[in-house]
Design a protein around this ligand. Structure first.
Ligand code: ATP
Ligand code: MG
Length: 332
């Protein structure tokens, strides 16, 4: 397979959770190890879409960085960078925002859901337009593939539309990227009501201690009745826990159901916590080691961001030329 360009990332709103691992991170590591060129954006513009208090931004960024490195992102092969420090992204956002009507932006179902879930019904202009900002992130790196969870599909579709509109207006400039979904594109949270999410108090974080994992899983929502069976309609909460058990043990769901015939939720949950802990444990030590080396962490971010600036500037210049915004007879 020809080498592909990949763009993917996370908001620095907290550390990564189990949903990220199975929804995107494992795909990123696999793509990196197959020799593709992976760019990982820490989307600090997007951080502001549903909150303005920024005291935890640096700590959250470090947490993301540690999660990436501990789970196998190799900065020699992949580029990790900070969105706000790559100027081409802001400029492309300005151009792209002219190509999207307000009514088109308002149709985005994920934006509506985010507003409901975290922004308490209030929608800023930045929140409304963040899929356009995300289009700038993706197109600025000539990405072929965007490994994402299901909630991001409308944004990738919006990106493709923007690329087409721009290309039709100004000539072939941008590559149309494709979303890459994992086998588990939407892991539900421990509340069983919404997707597992950094900001909705329903996540098991990859960096949680053993005790915290146990406590969180013990207090996960279950359904009425006692049976431990996979039935998304009648038993959505238990089905989600069974899915987690399957993902982190490798056992088939039917076999897990058999193992817990006649047994109670308490035993099932404590075994699930043990399974998740066994999966996370080897990485905990690596993460703790990495956390000590602050000079290394800072070099990863600095070098990654420099490289991202370099790559995106070239694409930006291409866009300016297409738009005649390079003013060839005026600028040298
Ligand atoms: P926040 O609640 O702060 O928005 P988040 O958990 O939604 O955090 P993001 O940083 O917004 O995480 O998303 C990063 C990537 O992880 C995106 O590609 C998203 O689709 C994917 N992702 C997030 N949550 C899940 C989930 N529960 N299952 C699968 N993929 C997910
Ligand atoms: Mg999110």
């Amino acid at each position: 397979m020809a080498k592909k360009r990949i763009l993917t990332g996370d908001r620095p709103t907290g550390p990564l959770h189990l949903g990220h691992l199975v929804g995107s991170l494992q795909n990123r590591v696999a793509l990196q190890n197959e020799g593709n060129e992976v760019f990982i954006i820490i989307s600090d513009f997007q951080y502001l879409t549903d909150r303005l208090e920024t005291t935890d931004i640096e700590q959250n960024t470090t947490a993301l960085l540690l999660d990436y490195l501990a789970w196998g992102i190799d900065p020699k092969k992949s580029t990790i960078f900070i969105q706000s420090h790559v100027p081409a992204l802001a400029e492309l956002f300005v151009y792209f925002s002219m190509l999207v009507s307000v009514s088109r932006a308002q149709q985005n179902p994920t934006v509506k859901e985010e507003v409901r879930a975290t922004a308490k019904g209030k929608m800023s202009l930045g929140m409304l337009s963040f899929p356009v900002s995300q289009a700038a992130d993706i197109l600025a790196f000539d990405a072929d593939l965007v490994p994402v969870g299901e909630d991001q599909l409308p944004h990738v579709e919006q990106t493709r539309e923007i690329a087409r509109t721009f290309n039709n207006l100004y000539g072939e400039t941008f590559r149309e990227p494709k979303a890459l979904l994992s086998k588990m594109p939407r892991l539900m949270g421990l509340d069983a009501k919404q997707k597992m999410s950094k900001s909705r108090g329903n996540a098991v974080f990859l960096s949680d201690s053993k005790d915290v994992v146990l406590k969180k899983i013990q207090s996960a929502v279950t359904d009425s009745g006692k049976d431990i069976v996979y039935d998304l309609e009648k038993k959505p909460a238990v089905s989600n826990l069974l899915m987690m058990y399957h993902l982190f043990s490798g056992k088939e769901i039917a076999d897990i159901e058999k193992m817990y015939e006649g047994k109670g939720y308490a035993e099932f949950k404590s075994d699930l916590a043990e399974t998740v802990n066994a999966y996370l444990d080897p990485i905990r030590a690596r993460r703790a080691e990495l956390a000590k080396d602050t000079a290394y962490l800072s070099s990863v971010l600095t070098e990654g961001t420099e490289r991202a600036v370099e790559v995106s500037e070239k694409v930006l210049r291409r866009a300016r030329t297409a738009m005649r915004y390079d003013y060839p007879s005026l600028f040298h």
